[in-house]
Design a protein around this ligand. Structure first.
Ligand code: NAD
Ligand code: TYD
Length: 354
């Protein structure tokens, strides 16, 4: 029998890579991509698979429970891979309630609908929640890494909303025996990432000779993973992960923000035929993010040992692919950096860049 799978947030950055992988790799699955097409959702991200026979796109809001219940009833989903979310920390600082609605209420709605449909027979069903390493808080000791057992200590409205949704997913497993699995991943980079996040923002600003706003002193550390490797990990967790378990996903690839910005600047001097050092001249240290987490670092040993996953790309190769993609897809970026985004960006940085 065909598997009916709901993927939420499939028009966004990571979701689009997950939808593409599943649609191409599993012709026997019926994949429904549910996305509300917020500022971060873009059907151009998945234009290549829009006519695939095993694929359906539905525009809709996970915050609308009546609609979600009817969608589950209509498609008789066997599994859910839930990625839809408000995902940007800076926006969570200015618009926290949207994060509570989408990330917390939206996730609980999906849990309610899944239970409504599956409560007679949970056999073979799965609710997979895709989450972030930011739920674990900020590391201060250089020896420490986030493990699956690390206590939750979210520090931003974004990470608090994701931590809350993770807790609800586990509560549905404990209380109602809903079959769930979770993964918590480090910072992703790659094609189709909205240019409010560090790497695409810097790439776009370098192309346009605009200032590169580095928060604080650029000393904060993130662990970076190529988005396609995250999608491969999601495939592995979905098919082989143990019900009730959590898997940390990361690249063992830590970078200080300033070092990664330097790398981008130098690589793009060469790619754009600029004199060495030109792009570094665009760097501008700006006011720090409120409550800025110092360091995230994932220990991904569990998924590597138990599911045999490992990153396929070296970081330099992934960065090259990413920069080349943004340089070759100017239309994609120009379409989304005009209009509303422009207003947001100007509002966000007007004070910092003056
Ligand atoms: P994104 O912002 O690029 O995409 C989110 C998608 O969800 C968009 O297509 C948007 O339209 C959709 N969406 C938002 N609100 C919705 C709603 N109410 N109803 C239906 N759809 C809605 O985010 P992303 O970076 O692709 O992240 C996807 C998931 O992965 C999120 O849950 C995020 O927390 C998690 N995650 C992201 C990262 C990262 O580095 N980006 C790392 C780890 C985990
Ligand atoms: P971001 O891409 O927003 O991801 P997250 O906050 O979820 O880790 O930011 C990555 C790092 O880069 C983070 O430490 C904040 C910093 N940063 C800047 O220095 N300047 C910027 O313009 C942005 C967007 C982020």
């Amino acid at each position: 029998m065909k598997k009916n799978i709901l993927i939420t947030g499939g028009a966004g950055f990571i979701g689009s890579h997950v939808v593409r992988l599943f649609v191409n790799k599993y012709p026997d699955y019926n994949i429904v991509n549910l996305d509300n097409l917020t500022y971060a959702g873009n059907l151009a991200n998945i234009a290549d698979i829009e006519n695939a026979p095993n694929y359906t796109f539905v525009k809709g809001d996970i915050v609308d429970l009546a609609f979600i219940n009817s969608l589950f009833e209509k498609h008789q989903f066997d599994s859910v891979i839930h990625l839809a979310a408000e995902s940007h920390v800076d926006r969570s600082i200015t618009h926290p309630l949207e994060f509570v609605m989408t990330n917390v209420v939206g996730t609980v709605n999906l849990l309610v609908a899944a239970r409504n449909l599956w409560k007679g027979n949970m056999e073979g069903k799965l609710f997979y929640h895709v989450s972030t390493d930011e739920v674990y808080g900020s590391l201060h000791n250089p020896e420490d890494f986030f493990l699956e057992t690390t206590p939750y200590d979210p520090q931003s409205p974004y990470s608090a909303s994701k931590a809350s949704s993770d807790h609800f997913v586990r509560a549905w497993h404990n209380t109602y025996k809903l079959p769930v699995v979770l993964s918590n991943c480090s910072n992703n980079y790659g094609p189709n990432q909205f240019p409010e996040k560090l790497l695409p923002l810097m790439i776009n600003n370098i192309v346009n000779n605009k200032p590169l706003p580095v928060y604080g002193k650029g000393e904060n550390v993130r662990d970076w993973l190529f988005v396609v490797d995250h999608a491969r990990a999601i495939d592995d967790v979905f098919h082989q992960g143990k019900v009730g378990e959590t898997y940390n996903i990361g690249g063992f690839n830590e970078w200080k923000n300033i070092d990664i910005v330097h790398l981008l600047c130098d690589t793009m001097d060469a790619k754009l035929g600029r004199e060495p050092g030109t792009n570094r001249g665009l760097i501008k240290f700006v006011e720090d993010r409120a409550g800025h987490d110092l360091r995230y670092a994932i220990d991904a040993t569990k998924i590597m040992n138990e599911l045999g996953w490992k990153p396929s790309l070296q970081f330099e190769e992934g960065m090259n692919k990413t920069i080349d993609w943004y340089l070759a897809n100017r239309e994609w970026i120009e379409q989304i950096t005009s209009g509303e985004y422009q207003k947001y960006y100007e509002g966000m940085y007007a004070n910092k860049l003056s």
